[in-house]
Design a protein around this ligand. Structure first.
Ligand code: BGC
Length: 352
C-alpha cells in the first residue's frame, strides 16, 4: 500500500515537472511573428526565413499572415499577446492602425520589433529593422538618371510614376528617395510626365496591387500614349506595381519598351527582367533581414541591447525608433545570376 502511494506520488511529481518544463519552453520562449499577406512572394520568404532561424536559435514561433486585412492582423496580435509571446515581430499592413492593440503589449512589457515597415504613432515600438528605404528610392532614381544619361542626353524623355500603398510608411521613403534624384530633371523639362500625375497621392497604389497599377497604366496609355507618343521610363517603387505596369504595356503599348524599375526581385519580375521587360529590381535579401531580426530577438530575450545603426531617421510620431538598416543593392540583367542564383536565393530552375 505504502509502495503504491509512493509510486503514485512519484508519478504525479514527474507529470507535474514535465508539465512545468513544457509550459516553460511553450511560453517562455514563444515569439510572435505577424506578416501582412501571403499574396506577395517576399512576405512568404520573410516569414519562413524568420521562423526557421528563430527555431534554430531555440525559440517557439507563432507565425501568422493576415491576408492584407487590418482587423485580422489586429486580432492575430491580440492573440499573440494573450498566449504569452515574449517578443512581437510585426510587418504591419497599415502602419497607423496598431496603436490600440500595442497598448496591451506595452502594459505587459512585451517588446515590439517593427519589421520592414515602421509602426506609426505608438510608443510601444521598441526597435525597427528594415532595409534603408530612402536608399531604395535613391537607387531607383539614380538607375533612371544613368540609364537615360540625363546629365548629357538632350531629351526630353517621357516618364510615368507608380508608388505604393499610402498606409505603408515605406512608400513615402521610396517615392521621396527617387523623386529627390529625378525632380530637378522634371523641373528642367528633361523628364516630362504626360499624365500630369507626380504627387505622392496621385501616384500611390492602394495595397501595392498589381491589378490597380495595371488599370491606372491602361488609362494613362489610352489618354497619352495611344497615338504613338513614346513612353521612355516608368518609375515603379516595387515589383508588384511594376508587374501591373508591364502587363498593361504588353496589352496596350506599341512603342519601344520603356525602362522600368522595381523592388524585391520577385520571381515573376526576374523572369520579366530576363525577357527584357523590366530593367532592374532592388534586391533586399530577406535572409539578411531575418538574421538581423533573430539576433535582435535573441539579444532582447537575453536582456542585452540589440545592435542598432540608426537613431535619427525613423520618427514614428511618438519619437525616434532605434533602427537597424540593411543596405539594398540593385539587380539587373548583368548581375542577377551572381546575386540571386550563385548566392542560393533562387535556383536557376525557378527563373526558367
Ligand atoms: C516593402 C516592399 C514591398 C511592399 C509591398 C513594402 O513595405 O518594403 O519590399 O514590395 O511593401 O509588399
Amino acid at each position: 500500500m505504502k509502495k503504491k502511494l509512493v509510486a503514485m506520488l512519484l508519478m504525479a511529481a514527474m507529470a507535474f515537472s514535465a508539465f512545468t518544463a513544457c509550459s516553460k519552453t511553450g511560453s517562455d520562449k514563444k515569439i510572435g511573428v505577424a506578416m501582412p499577406t501571403k499574396d506577395l512572394q517576399r512576405w512568404n520568404q520573410d516569414g519562413s526565413n524568420m521562423k526557421a532561424k528563430l527555431e534554430e536559435a531555440g525559440y517557439d514561433v507563432d507565425l501568422q499572415y493576415a491576408n492584407n486585412d487590418v482587423s485580422t492582423q489586429v486580432s492575430q496580435i491580440e492573440q499573440m499577446i494573450n498566449s504569452g509571446c515574449k517578443v512581437l515581430v510585426i510587418a504591419s499592413i497599415d502602419g497607423d492602425s496598431l496603436g490600440t492593440v500595442l497598448e496591451q503589449a506595452k502594459e505587459k512589457e512585451i517588446p515590439v520589433i517593427a519589421y520592414d515597415r515602421l509602426i506609426m504613432n505608438s510608443d510601444a515600438v521598441t526597435y525597427y529593422a528594415t532595409f534603408d528605404n530612402y536608399m531604395v528610392g535613391t537607387k531607383q532614381g539614380e538607375y533612371i538618371r544613368d540609364a537615360l544619361d540625363l546629365d548629357n542626353a538632350a531629351g526630353p524623355f517621357n516618364m510615368e510614376i507608380f508608388t505604393g500603398d499610402p498606409g505603408d510608411n515605406n512608400a513615402k521613403y521610396f517615392y521621396g528617395g527617387a523623386m529627390d534624384v529625378l525632380n530637378p530633371y522634371i523641373e528642367s523639362g528633361k523628364l516630362v510626365v504626360k499624365s500630369g500625375s507626380t504627387k505622392f497621392d496621385e501616384v500611390a497604389t492602394a495595397e501595392w496591387s498589381s491589378e490597380k497599377a495595371q488599370n491606372r497604366m491602361d488609362a494613362i496609355i489610352s489618354a497619352n500614349y495611344a497615338d504613338g507618343t513614346p513612353l521612355d521610363v516608368v518609375l515603379c517603387s516595387n515589383d508588384s506595381t511594376a508587374y501591373g505596369v508591364e502587363t498593361s504595356l504588353d496589352q496596350n503599348y506599341k512603342g519601344e519598351w520603356p525602362i522600368i524599375t522595381g523592388q524585391d526581385c520577385d520571381i515573376l519580375n526576374v523572369k520579366n527582367m530576363i525577357a527584357g521587360k523590366q530593367s532592374m529590381s532592388i534586391f533586399k535579401d530577406t535572409r539578411t533581414l531575418a538574421d538581423k531580426v533573430v539576433a535582435m530577438v535573441d539579444a532582447i530575450m537575453k536582456g542585452e541591447k540589440p545592435e542598432i545603426n540608426d537613431e535619427e531617421t525613423y520618427d514614428n510620431g511618438k519619437g525616434i525608433v532605434p533602427s537597424y538598416l540593411c543596405e539594398p543593392v540593385f539587380a539587373d540583367i548583368n548581375n542577377y545570376e551572381e546575386l540571386l542564383v550563385d548566392s542560393g536565393y533562387y535556383t536557376a530552375d525557378q527563373l526558367k
